[in-house]
Design a binder for this molecule. Structure first.
Ligand code: CA
Length: 235
């Protein structure tokens, strides 16, 4: 289950929130000030943050700005009593993924939290919209939403995994060369300004390995074509 950090200085609310989320199966970390939040984020990998803005020792926005600078792709949901439009815009402009104002409904918070984590596991999903799809055996790809379902189950894919899988599916039965994959990756940086040198063929092997595991339960296989690349084969 995912680990969530709750940053909140209202002790009662913090207790209630962490209790509820823990009961739902989340691993919960807590912090009640800006320094504590930073320490928690540095000490442990978390999957998402619920962030209050009015905090002792600084504005919650400082945590957001800090996290954006130091932790790639960390989903942050701002939970605050500040409901002014300027606050909302400022929060979202600073890179918050969602914004919920107090008082809030616990079920809504949980739903938003889950949606936020789903999106973050599949960054490309942000531009989601239903589109043309391709089916290979029991695997179906929706190219608009950039989602894949295997035997009716949605696969959890990172952006790189999705791009690799899409390429393999588009050329099922043909060789996809390393250069083909690297060209696609090169054209779609994960972060603006990310150096292209971060993408190499060792990384490609890791992604192929991961995709193989995800296709494990199906009859599809990714064959290694020595010296050339990879081929998606259906039986
Ligand atoms: Ca507060």
């Amino acid at each position: 289950m995912a680990t969530i950090l709750i940053v909140e200085d209202d002790a009662l609310l913090l207790d209630a929130l962490s209790g509820q989320l823990a009961q739902q199966g989340w691993d919960v970390l807590t912090a009640s000030s800006v320094p504590q939040a930073r320490t928690a984020l540095q000490a442990q990998a978390v999957d998402g943050v619920i962030l209050d803005l009015g905090l002792p020792g600084g504005d919650g926005m400082d945590v957001l700005v800090w996290a954006r600078k130091h932790i790639t792709g960390l989903p942050v949901l701002i939970l605050t009593a500040r409901d002014g439009i300027e606050d909302r815009v400022r929060g979202l402009n600073s890179g918050a993924d969602d914004y919920l104002t107090k008082p809030f409904d616990m079920l809504e918070l949980q739903a938003r939290l889950q949606a936020m984590l789903r999106r973050s596991r599949q960054p490309a999903f942000l531009q989601a919209s239903a589109g043309p799809s391709t089916t290979v055996g029991c695997l179906e790809l929706d190219h608009g939403a950039r989602t894949a379902t295997l035997q009716g189950q949605t696969l959890e894919l990172t952006q790189r995994e999705w791009e690799l899988l899409e390429l393999l599916v588009q050329r099922v039965g043909e060789v996809v060369t390393r250069e083909d994959v690297l060209a696609v990756w090169h054209a779609s940086p994960l972060e603006p300004g990310q150096p292209a040198t971060a993408l190499n063929s060792n990384a490609l092997e890791v992604y192929v390995h991961r995709l193989r595991k995800k296709l494990d339960t199906s009859s599809l296989s990714i064959r290694n074509i020595r010296g050339l690349g990879y081929m998606l084969e259906k039986p």
